[in-house]
Design a protein around this ligand. Structure first.
Ligand SMILES: C[S@@+](CC[C@H](N)C(=O)[O-])C[C@H]1O[C@@H](n2cnc3c(N)ncnc32)[C@H](O)[C@@H]1O
Length: 509
């Protein structure tokens, strides 16, 4: 391996920084190799999550349907060759790269024991000249905290212009750059590529250079047996732009059995890019899959929460151990809500030190956002979890980096009811924030319906009854839903879809 890198150094005309990248990676790979020999493979560290056979077969079939005549294949993160069986069996010439030469690797393809990203940096044109007909990959998903990105950050940022926050994003940028016109690219990647602001630039690049052929959300627990708690999707692309192409999509299946049968029957919805690529927050467009038009319309027909109410964060201490206490005790008496454990009326997660404003002035990482609002009551929203909860925030209480809403007194109670409606649960967790995190920006983007005074009064009364212990939250939500649905005249089909989503929100977000 060492010889290989020295040869590479001599033969490539690469700048100094790139050289140190290779040496660094060599050290990284050597460490990895040592670990394999001593302790076996550390799956999380190398991002090894093997693709189930039925998925590999599905992606193969769809890629070959899109280009029946292709002959050459690249898998830049090949592992044991899980994605390649059918390509090899059908006689294609297959190249696979991996930093680890795994035992029991499939035969029948040309294996490059090599860091694909380093190869891309040093030999981009060479890779382009290979003119692969198909590129298939399930790349590593490790985030920026991973040694690889942390160690090479500056260099990676200079080569990967759409961002170097995650290994999968680097692989994605590399393959769409080297793919020839017409190349079919089949990938399994985290779904954050479709939905989150961190990948805005990558989405733009992808749409600029490729047609999207298929998007299928995978079930949430697909790689859990491999220790990966990440929501993924199948994304099939064709390099080049052929405006107006049709896209086949599938929303999330609730479990692996349903997903398997979906793929077996190739049972997808056909739509256009304009149907599913929507500017639903004020800043960027995201993918909105299989969403009824009467829900999409809500985003254009109504103002967003932050156009009407003040929405922001509260206190982050930088060291909760030091500045908070799980028990209320002398010196720690401020109810602190860095998350929300119940709808309508939550109990504080912990208690913040009484002198937090002094700590803010004197401690570097102690941050107080919106100090002018700290004495006001309002609404606190959950920031973590697949479901969404909103609760009353008394003026003594303080939020964390999760959203707080400071509305005029007369608006607080009806707004709590509206925020706990099934409609809002769907708009937020089925469209705006399809992950276990809900940010202040996500809550700020929520459309606020044009409710009548009478509806607001009834909604306010419902919240009050729950807060006073006179109505169960579930019964309250049924009442709230009736008012909200009537207001926007939502179709029966859409109501049913929202009900099903909320009933299994953990699996369907
Ligand atoms: C999610 S696994 C996929 C394995 C297999 N292709 C599959 O689909 O089951 C990702 C693979 O990427 C490899 N890998 C990680 N970093 C890499 C790099 N810089 N270059 C090439 N391969 C890499 C890991 O060793 C691992 O085998």
């Amino acid at each position: 391996m060492c010889q290989y890198f020295s040869r590479l150094m001599k033969t490539c005309k690469i700048e100094k920084a790139t050289k140190s990248f290779f040496y660094c990676n060599f050290a990284y790979m050597a460490r990895r190799n040592k670990q394999i020999m001593e302790h076996g493979i550390d799956k999380r560290d190398v991002g090894y999550y093997s693709t189930p056979d039925f998925m590999a077969q599905y992606i193969y079939e769809e890629m070959v349907k899109l280009n029946p005549a292709g002959s050459s294949v690249l898998d830049p993160a090949v592992g044991r060759g899980e994605l390649l069986k059918s390509f090899i069996d059908s006689g294609k010439i297959v190249h696979g790269y991996d930093i680890i030469d795994y035992p029991n690797r499939l035969n029948g393809f040309i294996f490059h024991h090599e860091d694909f990203l380093a190869r891309y940096i040093s030999h981009k044109e060479n890779l382009r000249r290979q003119a692969y007909d198909y590129i298939i990959m399930n790349p590593p998903y490790n985030s920026h905290e991973h040694t690889y990105i942390a160690t090479n950050k500056i260099l990676l940022q200079s080569y990967f212009k759409t961002g170097a926050t995650n290994m999968y994003a680097l692989f994605m940028q590399a393959v769409i750059e080297i793919a020839k016109e017409g190349c079919i690219i089949g990938t399994i990647v985290p779904q954050s590529i479709l939905f989150t602001r961190a990948y805005d630039k990558l989405r733009d690049k992808l749409l600029q250079l490729c047609d999207i052929c298929q998007i299928i959300l995978c079930p949430t627990n697909l790689f859990r047996h491999n220790g990966a708690n990440v929501d993924t999707c199948i994304l099939i692309l064709r390099k080049g732009k052929n405006n107006g192409n049709l896209i086949r999509i599938a929303n999330r299946s609730a479990n692996i059995a349903t997903f398997k049968s979906l793929l077996k029957q190739h049972n997808l919805i056909v739509c256009s890019l304009a149907d599913i690529y929507q500017r639903i927050n004020n800043k960027s467009a995201i993918f909105v899959l299989d969403c009824p038009p009467d829900l999409i319309k809500i985003f254009t027909n109504y103002p967003r929460l932050d156009e009407i109410f003040m929405c922001g964060g509260g206190v982050s201490t930088g060291n909760n151990k030091l500045f908070t206490s799980f028990e209320k005790r002398e010196g720690f008496e401020v109810p602190y809500y860095p998350n929300v454990n119940a709808r309508f009326l939550a109990t504080p997660e912990s208690f913040l030190c009484n002198d937090y404003m002094e700590q803010y002035r004197g401690t570097r990482k102690f941050i107080v956002r919106h100090p002018d609002k700290l004495e006001c009551d309002g609404i606190v929203c959950s920031g973590i979890g697949k479901s969404f909860r909103a609760a009353y925030l008394s003026k003594e209480g303080v939020t964390g980096v999760n959203a707080a809403i400071w509305a005029p007194k007369e608006d607080v109670l009806w707004l709590i009811s509206y925020l706990n409606s099934s409609l809002v649960a769907y708009l937020l967790k089925g469209i705006i924030a399809r992950s276990h995190i809900t940010t202040i920006g996500n809550v700020s983007s929520l459309p606020i319906l044009n409710l009548t005074d009478c509806e607001k009064k009834t909604l306010g009364r419902i919240s009050k009854q729950v807060i006073n212990g006179k109505l169960a939250p579930e019964d309250a939500i049924a009442k709230i839903d009736r008012i909200v649905y009537r207001n926007i005249n939502l179709s029966r089909g859409t109501r049913k879809m929202i009900r099903q989503f909320c009933a299994d929100i953990i699996h369907l977000v």
